[in-house]
Design a protein around this ligand. Structure first.
Ligand code: PLP
Length: 389
């Protein structure tokens, strides 16, 4: 029996956030802190605003709030929903459920389209819900449902929502920066993302952008229900000095600038291609091993993959075995705990990392009693990569 070699400093993060970060991002954050009400910092902040826009294909300004991604979801609801407004939440996982919970705190008229975990939401389901609730003013969607590994068809759903005359809030926390998000073309009215996923930063920043229609709606919503994430205040401040209403997370903004430079250097098109290919390589490995993918075919995420733990395998033991071999993977959440495991392939995951993840997952499955042929998964991943490069 070999002794354990990896410790918390050398474990590779294959969880769906936080993720492995580029050395240049660490370096940027190690910078001497400077005052935020200075010309020096304002230039950095504005540079981040400009560099962020092409990552989601928007001409709208982007706001960086100090808080985790959930602050962005909270901001969407407090800024867009009055107590009598009707909202439809599209829910097919734990993060959709989170938005549902926030919504129900701010309006009595919160409805949901609920789909089984692992299944995708279709435009037809949304149309039916809107027909049932014609006074709906906002629809919320989790673009990439991290708890199940499902990518929902955001552009098609957005069309239905806008044909109806409602606004769309999209949680793009694990899609933006890694997969395609076209905020303007898809007509996302309120965009939310977070720092610790495809943007490759530590947790602590919520990214927000919104449309002109959303701005008009915000002017009608009570300013009393929120203060810290009052987006009209952020908009006003950015348009003036430019400034932020509160102290921004200076160190994280330094990191964000470095990270955005790396993203634009790679180019979004290449970055999206790479994320898609790594997802494909990992999925091909699991399928070659006879492992069932949890997400419905046609709705599979390019940044996080969930798979069903074989009956003969104890999920916790398998995840612990991956850890023993130096890779941190994620368990299922809520009722999915013990039934699925999840691997994030975001930001720094390239061919070398996906092969490492694939081999370790395969080894852990074998060691925990799965009936697989050792090597079949890694070979499939190699073949996928061999064809692509
Ligand atoms: C899709 C999605 N929405 C919301 C969240 C919540 O973000 P945070 O944990 O940064 O508050 C997450 C985090 O994993 C997520 O993946």
């Amino acid at each position: 029996m070999m002794s354990e070699f990896y410790d918390t400093l050398t474990q590779f993060l294959a969880i769906p956030g936080p993720v492995e970060m580029h050395p240049k991002v660490y370096e940027a954050m190690n910078h001497h802190l400077y005052g935020h009400r200075t010309e020096h910092f304002r230039q950095i902040y504005l540079d981040c605003v400009e560099k962020f826009k092409p990552t989601i294909n928007t001409s709208q300004d982007v706001y960086f709030l100090a808080g985790s991604g959930s602050l962005g979801l909270h901001a969407a609801i407090t800024n867009l929903v009055s107590p009598n407004d009707t909202v439809i939440n599209l829910v097919n996982g734990k993060f959709g459920e989170r938005v549902e919970k926030i919504t129900s705190r701010f309006t009595k008229n919160s409805h949901s389209v609920k789909v089984d975990y692992g299944q995708g939401i279709t435009p037809e389901m949304v149309k039916e819900a809107l027909d049932a609730h014609p006074d709906t003013s906002l629809v919320t969607i989790t673009h990439n449902e991290t708890s199940t590994g499902v990518l929902n068809p955001l552009p098609e759903i957005s069309k239905i929502v806008h044909d109806h005359g409602a606004l769309l809030m999209a949680d793009c926390i694990t899609s933006a920066g890694g997969d395609l998000v076209e905020m303007d073309k898809w007509k996302i009215d309120f965009f939310v993302s977070g720092s610790q996923k495809c943007y490759g930063l530590p947790p602590g920043l919520a990214f927000i952008a919104f449309s002109e229609t959303a701005t008009e709606k915000m002017k009608q919503v009570s300013r009393n229900q929120d203060f810290y994430s009052d987006m009209l205040m952020y908009k006003d401040k950015l348009s003036k000095a430019p400034d932020t209403p509160f102290t921004p997370a200076v160190g994280l903004i330094y990191g964000l600038q470095a990270s955005l430079e790396l993203i634009l250097e790679e180019g979004m098109e290449n970055r999206i291609k790479r994320h898609r290919l790594m997802g494909q390589a990992y999925r091909s490995a699991l399928e070659a091993l006879g492992i069932q993918l949890f997400a419905q075919e046609g709705f599979r995420s390019n940044t996080v993959t969930s798979a069903v733990v074989p009956e003969s395998v104890d999920a916790k033991k398998m995840i612990d075995t991956c850890k023993k071999f130096g890779i941190l993977v994620a368990s299922g959440q809520g009722t999915m705990k013990g039934k699925i495991w999840r691997v994030g392939h975001m930001n720094m995951v390239g061919p070398r990392e996906i092969l490492m993840i694939t081999s370790v997952v395969e080894l852990a499955l074998k060691q925990c009693g799965a009936n697989i042929n050792l090597g079949d998964g890694t070979r499939a991943a190699l073949e996928t990569l061999n064809k692509a490069y």
